[in-house]
Design a protein around this ligand. Sequence first.
Ligand code: PLP
Length: 492
Amino acid sequence: MDIFQEATNAEETLDPPDWADVGALSHRILDDAIAYLEDVRNRPVWRAMPAEVRAFFGASLPRSPAPAADVYDDVARNVMPYPMGNIHPRFWSWYMGSSNFTGALGDFLAAIQGSNLGGGNHAAALMDSQVVNWMKEMVGFPASASGTLVSGGSMANIIGLTVARNVKAGVDVRERGVGAMPKPLRYYASDQVHSCHRKAVEALGLGNQALRRIQTDAGLRIDIAALKAAIAEDREAGFRPACVIGTAGTVNAGAVDDLRALASVAAEEDLWFHVDGCIGALIAIAPKNRSLVAGIEQADSIALDPHKWLHAPFEAGCALVRDASQHRNTFAVTPEYLESTPRGLASGEWLHDYGLQTSRGFRALKIWMALKEHGVEKFGRLIDQNIAQARHLNRLIEAEPALELMAPTTINIVSFRHRLDGASEEKLKAFNTEIMLRLQEEGIAALSDTTVQGRHCLRVAIANHRTRRDDLDLLVAEMLRLGREIEAAIPV
Ligand SMILES: *Cc1c(COP(=O)(O)O)cnc(C)c1O
């Protein structure tokens, strides 16, 4: 008996000794979280971290315990006040969503319920498949298509491009590798294609040169005649044209390739048609603008990003593949320790057979809860709202002689800059960069910058359900103020 007693005392758990204490702390965290979001507009969009906060993250590995309340206090003091800022109404850098409270509750509950979405016969797995089915419906894919939730758009694109490679390889590439392919494959995309595609073709063993960047027209859309010419040239030179990547919403300027035209080129030339819809695939649910992405439903595969225009808390991406068997044949492996059983927990399909991960988080719940709460139509209206806001900013810029548009505004991305009379491109870049940095440092707004067709510009990407038009009015006013201040301080 003594031995058993001793063993029991020696066993530890991560559970708290007293659940009531945990309750009090959890309620405090929840109250703080609600206040945090309620007040977000009144805080700076971004602020630099003081030295003591930076130093806090150099602390060594904790060896002894600390009360959970103290742990939370550390987080409240050093982490919560210094966010990236993308939940703020005036965050328009790069391209990301602004999260939502119900989605955050979903992430919390997913962690509490704790399931691994590698597969298995349980409710979270059914919900994962249901959310994939909803995504298919949103973009007009058939019910027979397949899909998988992944970390984000980059992974979703890798999934699509990998299926394309395996289908077009001309050899059992899973077994024999890219070295055994009778002809090297070629992929095509516009010169505005997102950098993740480069990483994808490199990781797939095809090499960066296998991805041909095709020139774009004045609207920054892929030039279809140039695409056809490149395909013909490659065939002639002994390559196998395998895949065309259309972008529905480029990251630089929000251009939308002519997806219908790309679908017919792909059909004529026997190419896989992949759509990078990380930004724009979900325009398919926006009643006023959905015609912009017409043709997306003809793709063989689509990458989309619920953590962008569905505002799911990071991370949530989704890959969809029209032919479910091609998708499964690319990734399915059944090791002896993951065989299905006729009944019980391991019955049914394994979700890890549709991608590269084995263990998978319960990403579906945060998407599911927000979609149930608001309904898909509201998300569609919010997309239309952001596009209308971008057009509003576009008009403000056109009306303001000190500002200049740098690319056409198609969706929710506006590329522009402050003018500086007689200044060189180099000087303009330095001047506009300074405006951008001061906007960030003064906590007013977060913009990013890019280079479009060789010219530096500032960039406002409005994928934000908290932005209002007066935020954009304020941006223009503050840019003009900063422009005057900087111009006065640094003579041209
Ligand atoms: C954001 C984005 C990606 C990458 O998606 P992540 O979710 O950041 O991995 C790919 N393509 C385009 C067009 C994007 O805007």
